[in-house]
Design a protein around this ligand. Structure first.
Ligand SMILES: [Zn+2]
Length: 364
């Protein structure tokens, strides 16, 4: 297997970056269809439209209906065709961005991603999760190319709820440990190659920056203020974690996240919150040592990421209750196979129970 590293064509981040969006979009097309949910469009609409106008780009908005499913993607693709859009812009987070991605790929149009929250590391990636109309995961759709442009206005992120930024840090927290596991086993990354030195270094810097700037970034976000610490964390959550996970690979932390979704009680918790707990469990599985474990758990507690089962709605969960999580996490075809040793459902349950106990003790 050869090493493969992928990335978006251009990454732009800064306070007021949205004002420059038109010029960047102009390099890809002259008629932009902007897809976003209510919140996403509200956050960018005025400045983006003005910026496009100034740059000589015609733009129009299509409100995302809330589900990234085939019927919605087909509706948007038809709108793009009917109105002769030659570039797709996605604004918002999660499913709205995924919908914009798949719409662009299926129409073979260039894609600009404008995240308005920094809650996951998905924006830079070349994959998207497609659901059924009822919201059940149907497939992961991927493209041979990442978004042409990812543009992040730090002022917009500073105005988003801090819990979303914290959740993004939970997603980013896993990146280094998962990339390291994949590199040890020469497991395939998310684009079918093995991990480059570049991806590993990026993943490591992601972790270091979380520890150094995470707490200050949360404070800044609470105050809706753009500071150098917030800039570092936005970059860690979106760019460093995005490149790190896609070109580094995923392992136990994300498998345990997927396992946790088997329990209804965890559904109201964000992706990154479950990934953070999965990261702690991964460190226990791989016997990372108490210094490393303390460092990660203290970090999680300091910024408000879950460190106990209670924090994920699973108070008083016993082995039997958690077993479906272990089973789903270790099922065939999961990222668990990327760990440097075989992991059983029983071992995952042990790791989660131990994580919970250590997390509880650390809080006291
Ligand atoms: Zn993730």
């Amino acid at each position: 297997m050869t090493n493969i590293f992928v990335s978006p064509g251009k990454y732009i981040q800064g306070k007021g970056a949205l004002k420059e969006a038109g010029n960047h979009i102009r390099s890809l097309g002259t008629k932009a269809m902007v897809i976003g949910g209510g919140h996403g469009l509200q956050a960018v609409s005025k400045v983006l439209a003005a910026s496009c106008r100034e740059a000589g780009v015609e733009s129009f908005e299509e409100l995302f209906n809330g589900e990234c499913c085939d019927s919605e993607i087909n509706r948007l693709a038809k709108a793009a065709l009917y109105k002769n859009a030659d570039v797709i812009v996605g604004a918002g987070g999660g499913k709205a961005l995924d919908t914009a991605k798949v719409t662009a790929w299926r129409q073979n149009l260039p894609l600009v991603i404008i995240p308005t929250i920094a809650a996951t590391d998905a924006p830079c990636s070349a994959c998207a999760i497609v659901y059924t109309v009822d919201g059940v995961v149907e497939k992961i759709e991927s493209s041979p190319k990442n978004p042409e442009i990812v543009l992040v206005d730090s002022k917009v992120i500073a105005k988003s709820p801090e819990r979303l930024l914290v959740s993004g840090m939970g997603d980013a927290l896993a990146t280094w440990f998962e990339a390291e596991a994949c590199s040890l086993t020469k497991a395939p990354n998310c684009v079918g190659g093995t991990c480059t030195e570049a991806a590993l270094m990026i993943a490591q810097t992601c972790y270091e920056n979380l520890l150094e700037y995470g707490l200050d970034a949360v404070a800044a976000c609470k105050a809706n203020a753009v500071t150098p610490a917030l800039e570092k964390i936005i970059e860690a959550n979106i760019l460093l974690s995005g490149l790190g996970f896609e070109s580094g690979g995923l392992a136990a932390a994300h498998s345990i996240h997927d396992g946790l979704t088997a329990l209804e009680e965890t559904h109201s918790y964000y992706h990154g919150e479950k990934v953070a707990f999965g990261t702690i469990a991964q460190l226990i599985l791989q016997d990372a040592g108490s210094d490393m474990l303390d460092e990660v758990i203290d970090f999680c507690i300091s910024i408000g990421l879950p460190t106990t089962l209670t924090h994920l709605g699973l108070a008083d969960s016993d082995r039997q209750k958690l077993m479906p999580v272990g089973e789903k996490a270790c099922a065939k075809g999961t990222f668990m196979a990327n760990m440097p040793f075989p992991v059983t459902p029983d071992a995952v349950v042990d790791a989660m129970l131990a994580a919970d106990a250590i997390g509880k003790a650390a809080i006291i």
